[in-house]
Design a binder for this molecule. Structure first.
Ligand SMILES: Nc1ncnc2c1ncn2[C@@H]1O[C@H](COP(=O)(O)OP(=O)(O)OP(=O)(O)O)[C@@H](O)[C@H]1O
Ligand SMILES: O=c1ccn([C@@H]2O[C@H](COP(=O)(O)O)[C@@H](O)[C@H]2O)c(=O)[nH]1
Length: 286
């Protein structure tokens, strides 16, 4: 016999093998296996063909299975939310197509107030990223303490946390038109959201308001928010200028920003908002 006999240990089991000469015509190439770590086992003629066949056929079916499980992720003009049921969320709709408008502006510029008006008049669903984060704290989630500390400091919560909450809220909602208020807050938020969800906003509604007016409004808001104190408000303004304005500039360079003068009284601001939405809604109805 042209071979050295031995026992090869594999996953705790002992498998018999024979080492064959590469030139041996008695060794079908099909049965050679390469062991990278030990040249002595090269080529290796497995003398247990049923084991060999089973092993490679089961690998083939394993990869076939993985391929079938792969999440589809593609972009459409409306945007597609990748099914999070693969992440354990359960029986949520798959690849829901949605239309999204980002509502941005400094803290206290009136985003939440105007979103409520848009919901009432134009049938959108309002998703406030800040509200979702505050609800996450209240739910007793493991991220609660981290989120709470970030909010008290006026810092931006890691993208993956906020995006997960937004994605879940979109998937659980029957509507397909969403106002996403207060997100994305920095470039990383923006890029991560687009790549994870495949959604690009239809446009960005930007509420432009001077700092003194926003400060006055926040100090008078009286909703018991821990971040509506002068120290945190100043930090939030700084984060807005340094991290959030560049996102608005990014969308402006793509012609997607609709700027609203938010320093005016609520009713007047809404008149300007209506002018942005009315043509969109008419176009859809026509
Ligand atoms: N145009 C306006 N004129 C005067 N007060 C306003 C106006 N719009 C909103 N407010 C008031 O200002 C405060 C902040 O408004 P709102 O909560 O809508 O702002 P926001 O941009 O959503 O703030 P934040 O980013 O901190 O959540 C509220 O008390 C609201 O009633
Ligand atoms: O996408 C987001 C939205 C919010 N935050 C944090 O929450 C607070 C409050 O947000 P509001 O929009 O004013 O409700 C904000 O200062 C951030 O700390 C966030 O990190 N990411």
């Amino acid at each position: 016999m042209d071979a050295t006999c031995g026992v090869r240990k594999k996953k705790g089991r002992e498998l018999p093998f024979k080492i064959a000469s590469p030139n041996s015509s008695a060794t079908p190439y099909f049965f050679w296996a390469i062991n990278k770590s030990d040249a002595r086992y090269r080529p290796l003629r497995i003398t247990f063909p049923p084991y060999f066949c089973l092993r490679y056929f089961s690998s083939f079916f394993f990869y076939l299975q993985q391929f079938r499980k792969t999440k589809p992720s593609y972009q459409t003009s409306m945007g597609t939310v990748v099914d999070s049921s693969n992440q354990g969320a359960g029986s949520l709709p798959t690849n829901k197509k949605v239309s999204v408008i980002f509502v941005l502006g400094g803290p206290g510029s009136g985003k939440g107030t105007q979103c409520a008006n848009i919901v009432e008049n134009f049938g959108y669903t309002h998703l406030s990223a800040g509200d979702l984060l505050r609800a996450e704290i209240k739910s007793g989630s493991e991220n609660g303490t981290m989120i709470s500390n970030m909010i008290k400091e006026g810092k931006i919560v890691p993208s993956e946390v906020t995006i997960k909450l937004l994605q879940r809220a979109i998937q659980e909602n029957g509507n397909d038109k969403f106002l996403i208020d207060g997100f994305p807050r920095n470039e990383e938020n923006r890029a991560a959201f687009e790549s994870v969800t495949g959604i690009e906003p239809e446009f960005v509604l930007f509420f432009d308001c001077p700092e003194e007016e926003m400060e006055r409004r926040l100090l008078g808001r009286n909703q018991g928010r821990e971040d509506d104190n002068i120290d945190t408000i100043r930090k939030r303004f700084k984060v807005f200028l340094e991290s959030s304005l560049p996102v608005i500039e990014y969308y402006n360079s793509k012609g997607k920003v609709r700027k609203i003068d938010a320093a005016k009284p609520v009713g007047e601001v809404f008149e300007a908002v209506k002018a942005v939405f009315a043509p969109t809604v008419e176009k859809v109805a026509a």
